[in-house]
Write a protein that binds this ligand. Structure first.
Ligand code: URA
Length: 204
């Protein structure tokens, strides 16, 4: 569908705005999402962060990383001396997928097929933003950026994303930190902030 919609426009989007207009008009691959959640941040940002997919709050507000995981990411970035507003933040998948349980909408991880469906957009988006460094937050982002299911535990740290015109860095997804038991979370958070400090040093 992403390809078909672009074909309907009869040309490749020639700017991030044009690309975003295509994404905004697209139907979710799996029905249910309120809206597409587009990337956010300046074109030409030195650092881009790629997450998994919008969560419940992101879906409702139409902005990436504004729910609990996003707030944790924003705090960790600030502690590492990274300005969220100067970075570009986006997701591998642009629509929230969930299972309804009573009133709650429970996040469901995207399949490899869904990640590959949305990859066409992510590739173009990153080409327009042209960051020097791209941070993959979690395994879904790694899959989207490399096409390969590489566990974060193996790839964590500075990374090469073959064929990509930017340097890479792999770290955990902030929602992983939220799922840890209290006694493990503090240490994992410190390691996450350390990763972001390295990101800052690497992006220079
Ligand atoms: N998790 C993500 O991967 N992305 C968001 O935008 C929010 C939560």
């Amino acid at each position: 569908p992403a390809r078909a919609l672009a074909a309907m426009a009869e040309q490749e989007p020639d700017s991030l705005d044009a690309l975003n207009a295509v994404i905004r008009r697209s139907e979710p691959l799996v029905p249910g999402a309120t809206q597409a959640v587009l990337g956010e941040g300046p074109v030409g940002a030195a650092i881009a962060f790629v997450g998994e997919q919008p969560g419940d709050q992101e879906d409702l507000q139409g902005r990436p990383f504004v729910g609990p995981a996003g707030r944790l990411l924003t705090r960790a970035m600030a502690e590492a001396g990274l300005d969220r507003d100067a970075a570009y933040l986006t997701n591998a998948v642009k629509h929230f997928k969930f299972e309804q349980r009573g009133k709650r909408r429970i996040h469901q991880s995207p399949t490899a097929g869904e990640v590959s469906h949305y990859r066409w957009w992510l590739d173009r988006e990153l080409a327009f933003v042209a960051p020097r460094l791209v941070v993959a937050l979690g395994a879904t982002a790694v899959l989207a950026l490399t096409g390969r299911p590489i566990p974060v535990t193996r790839a964590r740290g500075p990374a090469e994303f073959p064929g990509r015109p930017f340097r890479g860095f792999v770290t955990v997804h902030p929602s992983y930190l939220l799922r840890l038991p209290d006694e493990a979370r503090d240490e994992a958070y410190v390691a996450f902030v350390d990763d972001l400090r390295r990101v800052r040093a690497t992006a220079g």
